[in-house]
Write a protein that binds this ligand. Structure first.
Ligand code: G
Ligand code: G
Ligand code: MN
Ligand code: NA
Length: 253
């Protein structure tokens, strides 16, 4: 399997980059955070999307090293902003189930934050429903530790997994990110009942709610009208390199 072998080389030869996609507060128009999204620029095969290599990285266990690398890159970026004295943006990192469940995940995260002298308030973790539903007690414990550290936690791709609604209230998380497949259905000729229900559910659980994959102004208006807190998607911005993110934010100010 070429990919498993080349993932190793990709790390050594620095073929990975971290891109950033902003999230915006619908009411204030302010950028609240940016999601770190891994990109693999292969010298021969071109850009390989994460949907192709993240599953292989999970299967081979490479996700542990790759995930650590992403955390380090993000903390380094936060350190750069902090040192330059520019107003810092919170950054959200996707953490795969295997990485989150690893016994060293929290200690390692603490070490990296300390090493770069980052304020944990600028860190956010995105985990999926499947991460929550495995090993529930252990997961709740880890989520409490993250909360104590001041790190935000969001549930990613919400609605497509199997999280028991009854369990959801037991997880100390800050936000639900409605999966983009539901937002795609938000169109002028549809009722979009599921989306409005998910917004109500999140608020009932004292969580913020973020719509992913927002591509049209109509969707934005709908979501604002129904009390969604934040949006992310091509309508606002595609994922981009850090210098483009900085330009994007300056232009908004
Ligand atoms: O970046 P895209 O824009 O193509 O992302 C596709 C998928 O890959 C998403 O589900 C996203 O969560 C996942 N992904 C992107 N970057 C990372 C990462 O650094 N770690 C993990 N575990 N998943 C990531
Ligand atoms: O699973 P996760 O939410 O982490 O993955 C985000 C994925 O969605 C990335 O592949 C990102 O490039 C993609 N994405 C982000 N915004 C949009 C959008 O508005 N439309 C579409 N089709 N994809 C998007
Ligand atoms: Mn995500
Ligand atoms: Na998502």
């Amino acid at each position: 399997m070429w990919m498993a072998e080349e993932l190793e080389r990709a790390m050594e030869e620095q073929q990975f980059a971290v891109y950033y996609q902003p999230k915006m507060n619908i009411v204030t128009g302010q950028i609240t955070s940016a999601e770190a999204l891994l990109r693999w620029f292969h010298p021969v095969r071109g850009t390989i999307p994460p949907v192709h290599f993240i599953p292989i990285a999970e299967e081979t266990g490479k996700i542990i090293a790759i995930g650590e690398w992403v955390l380090r890159m993000v903390c380094k970026q936060l350190q750069t902003w902090q040192t330059a004295g520019v107003s810092c943006l919170r950054i959200a990192v996707n953490v795969s189930p295997k990485q989150f469940q690893h016994p060293q995940f929290i200690p390692q995260l603490k070490d990296i934050i300390l090493e770069f002298g980052v304020d944990p308030l600028y860190m956010e973790i995105e985990i999926t429903e499947s991460t929550l539903m495995d090993n529930t007690e252990e997961t709740i414990h880890k989520l409490m530790l993250l909360k104590q550290m001041g790190i935000h936690v969001s549930i990613d791709d919400f609605g497509i997994g199997y999280s028991s609604l009854n369990y959801l209230k037991r997880f100390p998380v800050d936000a639900l990110k409605i999966d983009q497949s539901f937002i795609r259905e938000v169109q002028e000729d549809s009722t979009s009942a599921i989306v409005t229900l998910m917004i109500a559910l999140a608020h009932r659980l004292q969580m913020r709610v973020i719509a992913e994959g927002v591509e049209t102004e109509w969707q934005l208006d709908f979501l604002r009208f129904h009390g969604c807190d934040e949006i992310q998607g091509y309508f606002l911005s595609r994922p981009m390199a850090v210098n483009d993110l900085e330009t994007f934010i300056v232009q908004l100010e």
